[in-house]
Each structure stands twice: as C-alpha cells, then as structure tokens.
Design a protein around this ligand. Structure first.
Ligand code: FAD
Length: 423
C-alpha cells in the first residue's frame, strides 16, 4: 500500500520522496532506469543547492565523493569580451557555501536515490510509467507501468508526482505540457580528461551556440556543446565527431583540448525548453524538469528540482490529511502558487540571459559591460547561484547599465578584457 507514487528518481523525485518518507508517508519511486544511471547535464550545482543537500544529510557524502568546488562562472562573449562572476565576491549577500559543487550525475543521483531509500521510500527500478489512472471525475488515482520483461501492472495512490524530467509522461497525460517555442536547442554532453581548468565553470558563447566547461572532480571536465536545433542535424550518426569539429573551430579554446582525451560517450538531449501550464491537477503534481525547464546556460535545474521538492512535500502531506478527495486539491494548488512565487524572478532572469545568448550583439555589449563592472558580474552569478534575489538584476538601473550603448568598448579595450580574464 503506497500513499504517494513518485514517477522518476532524479533529483526532483528522490528529494520529494525523501521529504515524504522522512515524514512517515508511504512513498514509492518508479524509475524506468537502473541507478546509477547517466543523465546529460553540465553537472554543476549552485551554492544554495548545498543548503538542501545538507538538510537531506547527503552533502558530506557528496563532498567525499570527489565533487569539484567552483568559485564562480567565467563567461566569454562571441567578441572575446569575458567576465568572471565569483560567488564569494557578491556585495551584500552570502550563499550557503561560497562555492558551487560539480559532480558526475552517475554519482550524485545515486546518492540522492539512496538517501530516499534510507528514509523509507520504496524504489522500483526498470519500471516505466505509461499512463495515468483516473476516477470518473478525472482525478488521478494511480499509474499503469510496464517492466523490462513486458509485464504490466496498475498501481494506485492518493497522489501521483510527475518527477519524470523533460518530456514528462505525467505532464503529457495530464495535458499540461507546453512547448516554449523561443528556445529550440540541442545539447551534446561528454567528459574529457587533460583539460586545464581554473577554479570556475566556463561558458563560451558563439554565434552558433555555446560551450560549457566544468571541472566535475576526478580529473574530469564536463564538456557541453549546445547548438540550435537546425545545427544539430549535422551531428546525426556521429555526435562525437560533431563535438570535436565544433570545438576545433574555436581557436581560443581548441588548444586546451590538444592533449585531452574523451572518456565518456557523447550524450545528446533536446530540444529542452518546456513548461507545464500549471504544476498540479486533481490527485497529481509536477516537480523538477517535468514542471519547467528553460535552458542549461544558467545551470540551475538541479537546485530548482531540489527546491521544488521542498515546496511540494509539505503540501502533499496536507493533501493526504484531507478526508475527502476534493479537499486534496487546495494544498496542491497552493504548491503551484508557491512555486510560481519562488521561481518567477529567476524565470525572468533566465529569459533575459536566453535572449543575450541568442543574439550575439546583445551578448557582446553585456559581456563588455560586465567585464568593466565586476560587481555586476558577481551579482548576476549570485542570482544564478540562487542566493541573490532576482530583483537585484531585474532593476531597470541594473539592466540599463548592462545594455546601454556607451558601455561599448574599443577593440583595444576588448582585447585587454580578454587578456585579463584568460584562465
Ligand atoms: C545539457 C544540459 C546541461 C545541464 N546542466 C545543468 C547544470 O550544470 N546544473 C544544473 O543544476 N542543471 C543542469 N541541467 C538541468 C538538470 O539536468 C535538470 O534540471 C535536472 O536533471 C532535473 O531533475 P529531475 O529530477 O526533474 O529530472 P531528471 O534528472 O531528468 O530525472 C527524471 C527521471 O525520470 C525517469 N523517467 C522518465 N520517464 C519515466 C517514465 N515514463 N517512467 C519512469 N521513470 C521515468 C528518468 O529515468 C529519470 O531518472 C542541464 C540540463 C541539460 C539538458
């Protein structure tokens, strides 16, 4: 007998199940994969993610698993202007930690799912959810699953949580999935050894996409090439050759791959921009990427997944306490409102950054401006690091200083910025 079914055991599902199990709720995670499983991701976690991981009692284990510590982000625009935002240098705000963490998802997700299991959650792996069950009023009452041998089963629960990531089956079956047309990008993610990295993550924005580099511990660098969907067709058949050729064309970064060795297969994912119209329905809720995902540039999906779980679990507990099924709706609706209130500012910042990434001229001006005003760069990185409120960046005065034309520099000034910031 399970009270809550959580579809998906990634960070959102594992954290939701952990919170529920710790409160004594009978909860079952269903995941089509077997852990440890890989997930295409740049594998960086914001300083504030550490707060939630600590509260889950798993932070120490993560640090002991060889996670890298990132002091901030260095971002290079197509014109070469580079800014470097550091978490510890933000004025007026402190993160839970002064650094972000980066760790292979094969390790991180396994630790999180183990944590949920240790708290009392049942974890069923190799089980794919194919459909939702509903009563005559349309309320979700359970799921249909198929196992790897083709065996089918129907499982019932008072609440079903869709934590099944991008292209969530739960969101689609609830008819809540919506596609964001603005961002149609595809990512190719792999790992190399032998790349000289500084103490920060790096984003290299180009006219035809961007490259993310992050030390993820164990001598490995996570390498993510993200391109418009139209360009991704060139990768069909040989994504590794596509990644190699894309990097080889970037003269400022290619030499750093001279002695590098690719040590994991190239995983492709996308297009990824998606959002649910709302994150709840009678008897069900969505969390993590199943509820919303914009673009990996700001690298904060894991925090959003963990924080979403923190917002959702208490509301599910309230819903379970309701005697009549119809009374379970109000707490789930309240979860959706809390989620919007929590993330609305960040969504706006993500969209502004998304526009800059899509339009090289905007990125060039913004990067020059931020390189000339490091405190603004620290603030932006602090917002993406989840410990500076988004309003700090959304102020008209901040946005004006970011984009005013007289922040344009001469070629010589640009070169000085590039030289100054080279890792
Ligand atoms: C290229 C790229 C780079 C990124 N880089 C970063 C980064 O550096 N930092 C960051 O914080 N975020 C990053 N993100 C975002 C981050 O990966 C996600 O936000 C995060 O994984 C969301 O967690 P989740 O638990 O919602 O979903 P997932 O981690 O995707 O987990 C979903 C789980 O559901 C399971 N599942 C799916 N369908 C079914 C089904 N039908 N039945 C049963 N199980 C199912 C899957 O097997 C999976 O285990 C990146 C994303 C991309 C695409």
């Amino acid at each position: 007998m399970t009270q809550v079914i959580v579809v998906g055991g990634g960070p959102a599902g594992a954290a939701t199940a952990f919170q529920l199990a710790r409160a004594g709720v009978h909860v079952t995670i269903l995941d089509r994969a077997h852990f440890p499983r890989d997930k295409p991701c740049s594998e960086y976690m914001s300083p504030q993610a550490s707060r939630i991981l600590d509260a889950m009692g798993v932070l120490e284990q993560i640090e002991q698993s060889g996670a890298a510590h990132l002091a901030g982000m260095r971002v290079r625009a197509p014109n070469g202007a580079t800014f470097h935002g550091r978490f510890a240098d933000v004025r007026g705000f402190r993160g839970y930690r002064d650094r972000g963490l980066a760790l292979r998802r094969t390790i991180l997700d396994n630790l999180l799912v183990d944590r949920a299991r240790a708290a009392g959650a049942v974890v069923r792996e190799g089980v794919r959810v194919t459909a939702l069950r509903r009563d005559s009023s349309g309320r979700v009452t359970g799921v249909d699953v198929i196992d790897e041998k083709g065996g089918t089963q129907t499982l019932s629960a008072a609440v079903v949580v869709g934590a099944d990531g991008l292209r969530s089956v739960v969101a689609r079956r609830l008819d809540l999935a919506a596609t964001r047309l603005a961002q149609r990008r595809v990512a190719f993610v792999t790992h190399f050894t032998g790349i000289d990295m500084g103490d920060s993550g790096e984003m290299h924005v180009e006219r035809d996409g961007y490259l993310g580099l992050a030390d993820v511990g164990g001598g490995m660098t996570n390498v993510a090439v993200v391109v418009p969907r139209s360009r991704a067709r060139e990768a069909s058949g040989d994504p590794a050759a596509f990644v190699d050729a894309w990097i080889a064309r970037r003269r400022h970064v290619a030499p750093r791959f001279g002695k590098a060795v690719r040590v994991t297969p190239v995983l492709a994912t996308g297009p990824f921009a998606s959002a649910s119209r709302r994150a709840w329905a009678p008897g069900a809720a969505l969390v993590g990427d199943a509820a919303d995902f914009y673009d990996p540039f700001t690298g904060e999906g894991i925090y959003a997944a963990l924080r979403g779980a923190e917002l959702l679990a208490p509301r599910i507990i309230d819903a379970l306490a309701a005697t009549a099924p119809a009374d379970r709706d109000a707490p789930l609706r309240a979860y959706d409102s809390a989620r919007i209130a929590e993330f609305r500012g960040k969504w706006s910042v993500e969209q502004i950054i998304g526009v800059a990434v899509s339009f090289p001229a905007v990125m060039n001006v913004a990067a020059r401006s931020l390189a000339l005003r490091p405190h603004m760069a620290h603030t932006i990185v602090g917002v993406t690091g989840d410990f500076v409120p988004a309003r700090e960046v959304l102020r008209p005065s901040f946005l004006l200083r970011l984009l005013l034309p007289w922040t344009r520099g001469t070629k010589r000034q640009d070169q000085a910025l590039v030289n100054h910031e080279a890792p």
